[in-house]
Design a protein around this ligand. Structure first.
Ligand SMILES: O=C(O)[C@H](O)[C@@H](O)[C@H](O)[C@H](O)COP(=O)(O)O
Length: 259
């Protein structure tokens, strides 16, 4: 597991999202060159989706379009809002609108978390059932992509940061942050609406080769400083983000202002 994160700072949120997009295209292309496949874990939130729009701008007819063999990219989610399919609140709905629907992805390699109105045997109706269903999805993928028996060695896991240091749908001193096992959990009474979600645990996220925390705005500065200063992951969950090969914080000047 890597030590302190590598921090890269851009002038503002737009530049941070563009930098993250440029880096993601390079990382996916490098993963495919090295291993013949590439896997990315997407997240939600303003900059999590904003960077996907920047990827779309880079690949839309531009020189970067053919950098990545999109049919060989595996797409996962680090967390999802447990609402009906197609609900605009869903992270996968926002990702599809921002980027995915414009790419020649293999639908069989795009792995959304269950919607609340999915059939029960597909994880619908209860966030714990959805978590169990996603754990099975990850286990099947792990056998194809490599990594531990249950969790793939994701090439890049993207994460945002809340003002109190939450990441994915893992909040300070919550049941999810105390989940010691590498897995997927149902989240209830989430402080950030909508209240019911499904999320990877921090130990599951730490299977990723690279974890990129992408954050902007002075509202994140204190949490980032606390995490960088040694706070526990229970108190500041972003402190628990450590990739097996690299941990990268992509920040704007405001978010980095207290480091
Ligand atoms: O589903 C979600 O809401 C995200 O997974 C969440 O973890 C988000 O990334 C952070 O809350 C940052 O969101 P902003 O970038 O909008 O501040």
């Amino acid at each position: 597991m890597t030590g302190q994160p590598e921090v890269q700072v851009q002038v503002d949120e737009e530049a941070t999202a563009r930098d993250a997009a440029d880096r993601l295209l390079t990382a996916l292309a490098e993963a495919q060159a090295a291993r013949g496949s590439a896997s990315v874990v997407l997240t939600g939130g303003g900059i999590g989706i904003g960077m996907l729009r920047e990827v779309a701008a880079l690949v839309d007819g531009g020189s970067r379009r053919d950098d990545v063999d999109w049919g060989a990219v595996e797409v996962f989610w680090g967390d999802e809002r447990f609402v009906p399919a197609g609900d605009a609140e869903r992270n996968d709905a926002q990702a599809r609108e921002a980027l995915l629907d414009a790419l020649p992805l293999d639908p069989g390699r795009v792995h959304p978390m269950a919607a609340s109105d999915a059939p029960e045997d597909a994880g619908g109706g209860d966030p714990d059932l959805a978590a169990d269903a996603y754990a099975k999805t990850l286990s099947a993928a792990a056998s194809r992509l490599g990594g531990g028996a249950a969790i793939p060695a994701f090439d890049v896991l993207l994460a945002g940061c809340g003002p109190e240091g939450h990441v994915l749908s893992v909040f300070p001193d919550s049941p999810a942050v105390h989940a010691a096992a590498a897995g997927v959990v149902g989240v209830r009474d989430c402080p950030k609406p909508p209240p019911t979600r499904v999320s990877l645990t921090l130990p599951a996220a730490r299977h990723a080769r690279e974890i990129w925390l992408v954050a902007a705005g002075d509202g994140k500065a204190e949490a980032l400083a606390r995490a960088h200063g040694g706070a526990s992951e229970v108190d500041v969950p972003i402190a628990g983000l450590r990739g097996t090969e690299r941990t990268l914080w992509l920040l704007d000047e405001a978010a980095a202002s207290q480091l």
